[in-house]
Design a protein around this ligand. Structure first.
Ligand code: PLP
Length: 441
């Protein structure tokens, strides 16, 4: 049992020394951290006060395999003891990175065949933009520099990925409005065409899209959307980049989200689920054609590389994680449990008067809140943060999205979740919405 004075000490030290990512600064100053986690097992996290909560977001949509997996811990320890780090610059290599690159070529969509490794999703996206631009330099079209992304997209927080992020508050934060980044409506291929024509196709390097938008409020594109995107990219000669940082490695009930749309990209970014968050790893995959062009046209050095590109321990963890995801049938489980999750949320929609639309694919789901479901009127002040707070009190972590006037609660539990655990999650969220409904009458 951890004493009260130690908890207070940690709270005070956190307030004084720890600047938290994507967190309200004032709230941290006034109240300290909302949870100090100490342990995790399966879908559960335990905090320093001994409270157990369901991790209904797989933390940051990444702990696909669940918490406390000892085999992953063992693979990290073994690799660290043997070779914790060596460089991949200057053509140096290591076995886990080589084997992981080969495994990714085997499981990813289309003819994606070569991987550039990074430490996470933001770096993966920035790498994709840089490789796309360099590709066009090699192809003799150096004016193709612009990147088109979508409204309500989230691509991370490095400078390029911030600019590609369609959620404006992330760009407002640093006054980042690079004119080489432009945005098309997230569901409209006509708008994509309009943006390409307006900017000039000869100036555009690539279009990037998440198969399903997660952080931006859980948006699932219409069925034919990506087929048409692929046609448009081919017509205008743009590269099509998919950001599978959340949707990769089973999250949507398929290996990769784009499989639902039967479309293959020219480049694919991944991170998060590749190691289930047990180590920091991401990357960009290139299609066979792009890779070949790089090989044939490049005479110099690929002047882009992170110290931790191809980190042996992170790659060893990824290999074990992928092996376990396959062995334990977690992609199939995500599909099955995703149906249970959506069914449960639809039941809540029938029972609660402030729940508008319910949406989901695999173990990614969202509930839209409305003041009046008939007229589709939204609340003046979003209620999703209140629901998330009520859920936390009842032992469930989920996330609220309020960007662009949205009011959505999103869920992404670990892929190992069982039916009875889904039922528990649904009960908690139903009670939490009921409590908020009562409070706002
Ligand atoms: N792309 C998408 C679709 C994401 O959801 C995220 C993070 O949530 C990122 C990129 C950024 O990844 P990271 O936080 O690992 O840099």
């Amino acid at each position: 049992m951890i004493g009260k004075h130690r908890i207070k000490e940690l709270m005070d030290l956190d307030k004084k020394h720890f600047l938290h990512p994507t967190s309200p600064i004032k709230q941290q100053q006034d109240q300290g951290p909302s949870f100090i986690f100490t342990e995790g097992k399966g879908i559960y996290l335990k905090d320093i006060e001994g409270n157990t909560v369901i991790d209904g977001m797989s933390s940051l949509w990444n702990v696909n395999i669940g918490h406390g997996n000892e085999e992953l811990g063992k693979s990290a320890m073994e690799q660290m003891s043997k070779l914790a780090f060596s460089s991949c610059f200057a053509t140096f290599s290591n076995e886990p990175a080589i084997r992981l690159a080969a495994k990714l070529a085997q499981v990813s969509p289309g003819d994606l065949s070569a991987t550039f490794f990074t430490s996470g999703g933001s770096e993966a996206n920035d790498t994709a933009y840089k490789l796309a631009r360099h590709y066009w330099i090699l192809r003799g079209q150096p004016n193709r520099k612009k990147i088109i992304s979508r409204t309500k997209s989230y691509h991370g927080v490095a400078m390029g990925s911030t600019n590609a992020t369609g959620l404006k508050p992330f760009r407002d934060f640093t006054n980042s409005f690079d004119p080489d980044f432009c945005y098309a409506d997230h569901f409209s291929t006509e708008d994509l065409r309009r943006v390409i024509e307006a900017e000039g196709p000869e100036t555009i390097a690539a279009f990037i899209a998440e198969p399903i938008q997660g952080a931006g409020g859980l948006h699932i594109a219409p069925e034919d959307y990506f087929k048409e995107v692929r046609r448009i990219c081919d017509e205008y000669g743009l590269l099509f980049i998919t950001d599978e940082v959340i949707t990769g490695f089973g999250r949507t009930g398929k290996y990769f989200g784009m499989e639902h749309y039967h479309v293959a990209p020219d480049m694919m970014c991944f991170a998060k689920g590749v190691t289930s968050g047990y180590a920091q790893l991401g990357g960009v995959m290139l299609s066979e054609k792009i890779h070949q062009d790089f090989m044939e046209l490049s005479t110099g050095t690929l002047l882009h590389g992170y110290t931790y590109s191809g980190h042996p321990m992170a790659c060893a963890v990824a290999l074990k994680n992928i092996e376990l995801i396959e062995q334990e049938g977690l992609i199939e489980n995500a599909e099955k449990m995703g149906i249970e999750l959506l069914t449960g949320l639809k039941r809540i929609q029938g029972e609660r008067r402030i729940v508008g639309k319910v949406k989901g694919l695999g173990l990614m789901a969202g509930l839209e809140l409305l003041k009046d479901c008939q007229t589709k009127k939204t609340f003046e002040n979003p209620v999703s943060p209140l629901i998330v707070a009520e859920a936390a009190k009842r032992g469930l972590i989920c996330r609220s999205v309020v960007f662009d006037g949205q009011d959505v609660v999103v869920f992404a539990p670990p892929l190992i979740i069982k039916k009875e655990e889904i039922d528990k999650l649904i009960d908690i969220i139903n009670e939490s919405i009921a409590a908020v409904e009562e409070a706002i009458v």
